[in-house]
Structures are given as C-alpha cells and as structure tokens.
Design a protein around this ligand. Structure first.
Ligand code: HEM
Ligand SMILES: *[C@@H]1O[C@H](CO)[C@@H](O)[C@H](O)[C@H]1NC(C)=O
Length: 491
C-alpha cells in the first residue's frame, strides 16, 4: 500500500529507464519482504514444535473469516452452535482478527483471573478515541490499579449508601414523567435515569447549567459509539469527536471551579482531584476527563438495559410481579408510618426482588462476552493461543449452559436460592477488570424497582418478543410501554 502511494506520487515526473527499473525493484522487494515476514511470523506463532495445536474451529473465508455467519444470525446461536460442535474452546475469525472463544467457567477464569497478566484489554481504536485514551479499561498494570482503586473507593457501599435519598429522587421524578398512559420507550427513559445516577456518583451536586451542557454533548458522543467510524463531515462519528472535545472543556471548567472555590463534594471527581500516586504525582486533567467519560460510558447503557429487561420479565410473569409487589409494599408501608425513605439495610433485605435482579442479569446476559488479546503465546489445556490473537470469554454461553442452569431459557428467580458453582455466574466480569460499579448498579436498579412496583402499573405495547442489539441486547424497540400512577388508597 505504502509502496503503491509512493510510485503513483512520482509517476507524474518524467520517468527514465533507471527510475523505472528502480521502482520495479522496490516494488518486488516490498512483495518479497511482505511474504518473508508473513511466512516467518506464521512459522513463529504456530509453536507446534512444542506439540501444542490450535484449538478446533473454522477460520471461515480469507480475511472476513466467519464475520458474515456471526452477523447474519442471532449471535447467541452462532456461539452456541460452535460450542456444541467444538467444545469449550474454539477458534474463529471475526473482522480480520483471529479469535479464540472460551465457553467454560475454568477457561474464563484462566483468562480473566489466573493468567490475567498474559491477556491485555483490547478495544477498537474508534472507541478509544471517543472515550479518551487514558480511561482505565484500556490499561493493565500500575496505572490501571491506581485509577481502579480510586473508582472503587468512590463506588463502594460506604460511599453510595449516603446517595440513596438522591437516587430515590431521581427514580421518582423519572417515573412521574412517564405516567399518564402515553407510550414511552422504556430503554431510552432508563438511559436518562442511569445517566443521572452516573452524574450523581461522579460529581455529587453539579450546577444545573453545566449538567445540561454535559448531557447534551454526551448524547452526541453516545450516538457516535455505535456508528461507523468515518471522519466525513456531518457523520455521527465526526460529530461525536467534536462533542467529545467540548466535554473536555466543560469538565475542565468544573474542575477549575472546584479548585477555586475549594468546593467539597463527594464523588469520583473529588477522589480524582485529591489523588496522588506512589511518587506523589497528581492526575492530569486529561486523565481525569477520560476516566469520567469512561465511567459514564460503562454505567449508562448497561444499567439501562438490565432495567428494561426487568420490566419485561416482570410484565411477562404476573405471579412474580405480585410477590415483588408484596415485598416492596411491606417496606413502603413501614417507611410511610415512620416517615422516612429507603435505608441501606432495607435494600439489602429484598430477597425476592434481589433474585429477580440476579435472574435478569443471567438470562439477559447483557454483556455477552468480553475481549482480551494474548500478549505472548499461551498454552491452555494442550491448546495454543498464539500471541496477538483475541480471546473472548463467553459469559452468556456459561450463563445459558443447562449443566449450570437447568432449563436455561426459563426466567426462574428461585434458582438463585441455591449456591452457584464457582465462576458460573459472572454478570459483572471477573478478576482485575471486574465491574467496580456493581454495587451502585444493583442499588439503583432496586430503588427504581421499589418505586415502580409500589406506585405504578405498566403495560407493554405490542407483543413483539424479539431482541435488538444497541449494542447490548434489549427488547425490540426499547420496550415501548405505558405507565400509570396507581392511587395509593387502593391497597
Ligand atoms: C448492571 C449494570 C452493569 C453491568 C452488567 C456491568 C458489567 C461490567 C463488566 C462485565 C465489566 C468487565 C468488562 C471486562 O472485563 O472486559 C465491567 C467493567 C466496568 N464497569 Fe460495569 N457494569 C454495570 C454497571 C456499571 C456502573 C453503574 C458503573 C459505574 C458507575 C460501571 C463501571 C465500570 C468500569 C469503570 C469498568 C472497568 C473496570 C476496569 O477495567 O478495571 N459499571 N462492567
Ligand atoms: C456543548 O458544550 C458547549 C460548551 O463547550 C455548549 O456551548 C453547548 O451548548 C453544548 N451543547 C451542545 C448541544 O453542543
């Protein structure tokens, strides 16, 4: 490619015979070197001399591999068919990348926990550009641990329990805005709620004007995440890059205001601003901004899709809805008598609702798999995972394996009364990159469910039971539904 550009750029000059000879020489040398490197690389990476063979599986067609097969059918069927044919570990090729897929709890643990140092996180360049290259999930090692500790501290139970009244306010105001019987897109509405909770966890209180600017610009970035990454003017990706630059400016404004007025707020931003690493270095503004955008990104669509599935499953299982209602109404009544809101202890004692949340995380498995890249040739159970290959622990396959979850397609919260086999339930991942927001996610889900079932009823529009990927699986159309406020005297 490079050689080709070079040749065409000089072709405009008058060519002598010598020039021609010289360029032909360069041209063939390039081809020769290309084959030389490709062949030697292949030789090196197939360390079959050690007796290790590549995992079974089909690499499909040249370059595109099995991309068409993956995208032309339900991705779950793609994975499950291959798991049936080849077992817990198999190879394939997606979008030009050779991949090893891992469908057993032990294999997932091997990659994410035991040998995590041999597998680095890997994301498409376009995502990295939009979020910001210093966000923690692109790293492993010291920098990752340093940022991760700060995120964990600001999201641990001690820190988030004080936010309960504020999260309740957000849930109630969201619900009130849907009530009245008009059709709302549940997923889009849940995204607004999870965004607000994210802002709360990051900034504590944030000036309404700045929050509005942040929201509007972030929604442009959000549209860019899943669009084709072309930098043509007017394309969603280009717009997203520009909005991302404005987000950086807004965040830097927030930061200088906090420094100037010595504002003391709880939340992740304060943790970042006060942080020093072991050498006493503070974080740069870019590092702070990239990680804030990163947390917003990790927090919003995930939580919103889980909430959307909960509404669907409860709607489809009226008996379960009744028992969740009973559990939540009992809490509601005692709180009304004593005149206070939900307490942390109460959110820990919602056995029925909690099982519904866990079963939703399992059945919906909104993070179906994750990606890592082998940083060296790695051997697993006699198979070779060559350096540079992607590896994909398939959470959904594990969650839908009848060996661990009998009758896996059935929504049955009571299965969580039993203890799970180790590593068979990983909705929040595992190991050094496991979700640091899991407690907050569960808390905001429980709070929303509490107010939903105690004060509202809802009906799902239409009977379409399909799944849509945006990019996480959600019910088709984002679950259009109508909401009504129930008169409180009816019980
Ligand atoms: C139900 C909702 C959520 C689910 C299912 C979920 C799931 C996950 C999973 C599976 C990972 C690991 C990905 C991997 O190993 O490649 C992860 C990472 C992460 N999540 Fe969540 N998440 C949720 C909500 C949240 C929330 C609310 C926040 C923050 C407020 C958050 C922040 C993060 C961050 C920062 C990471 C990267 C951690 C690291 O690389 O060390 N997540 N999440
Ligand atoms: C985005 O942020 C800028 C400030 O950097 C602000 O002027 C603008 O109104 C915001 N909203 C949109 C939709 O761009």
């Amino acid at each position: 490619m490079l050689a080709f550009c070079y040749i065409s750029s000089v072709a405009k000059r008058k060519m002598t015979n010598f020039d021609l000879f010289f360029y032909m020489f360069i041209f063939f040398l390039t081809i020769f070197l290309y084959y030389f490197f490709v062949i030697t690389r292949n030789k090196k990476s197939s360390s079959q001399r050690k007796g290790y063979k590549l995992p079974p599986g089909s690499m499909g067609w040249p370059y595109i591999g099995e991309t068409l097969q993956l995208y032309s059918q339900d991705p779950n069927i793609f994975f499950i068919n291959r798991q049936r044919r080849y077992g817990e570990i198999f190879k394939t090729k997606i979008l030009g990348c050779p991949c090893v897929m891992l469908a057993s709890p032990e294999a997932a643990r091997f990659v994410l926990v035991n040998q995590a140092n041999l597998f680095k996180p890997t994301y498409p360049k376009s995502k990295e550009t939009l979020i910001g290259q210093s966000a923690l999930f692109f790293y492993q090692g010291n920098y990752h641990m340093h940022i991760r500790k700060l995120v964990q501290t600001s999201l641990n139970p001690e820190a988030i329990r004080n936010q309960i009244p504020h999260i309740e306010e957000l849930a109630i105001s969201a619900l009130n805005s849907w009530a009245g019987g008009h059709v709302v897109n549940t997923y889009i509405e849940m995204k607004k709620y999870s965004f607000e909770v994210g802002i709360l966890a990051i900034f504590g209180h944030l000036d309404a004007h700045l929050k509005d600017q942040l929201k509007k610009n972030y929604s442009i970035v959000d549209k860019g995440y899943n669009s084709f990454p072309t930098n043509l003017p007017g394309s969603p990706y280009r717009n997203a890059i520009q909005a991302r630059k404005r987000l950086g400016k807004i965040l830097s404004e927030v930061i200088s205001e906090r420094k100037e007025k010595k504002l003391i707020e709880k939340g992740l931003l304060s943790c970042f601003l006060n942080a020093k690493d072991e050498k006493g270095l503070v974080l740069s503004e870019d590092q702070i901004a990239d990680n804030i955008i990163g947390v917003l990104f990790a927090a919003q669509d995930t939580t919103a899709s889980v909430l959307t599935w909960i509404l669907k499953y409860l709607h489809d299982n009226p008996k379960l809805l009744q028992s969740v209602k009973a559990e939540q109404k009992a809490i509601c009544q005692s709180n009304e008598q004593e005149n206070h809101g939900l307490t942390w202890t109460q959110t820990r004692k919602m056995p029925m609702t909690n099982k519904v949340v866990l079963e939703t995380l399992r059945l919906a498995s909104i993070i179906s798999f994750t990606f890592r890249e082998a940083v060296a040739d790695v051997e697993y159970k006699g198979y070779l995972i060559p350096k540079g290959w992607k590896v994909m622990p398939l959470f959904r396959n594990i969650h839908h394996n009848p060996e661990f979850f009998p009758d896996p397609q059935k929504f049955d919260p009571s299965r969580f009364e039993n203890v799970q086999k180790p590593n068979t339930f990983m909705p929040f991942g595992s190991g050094v990159h496991a979700c640091p927001g899991n407690e907050l996610a569960k808390l905001e889900i429980l709070i929303m469910t509490h107010h939903l079932v105690t004060k509202f009823r809802w009906e799902v529009e239409g009977s379409n039971s399909g799944i849509q990927y945006g990019p996480f699986p959600v019910p088709v159309g984002g679950l259009p539904a109508r909401f009504w406020k129930e008169s409180t005297t009816s019980t």
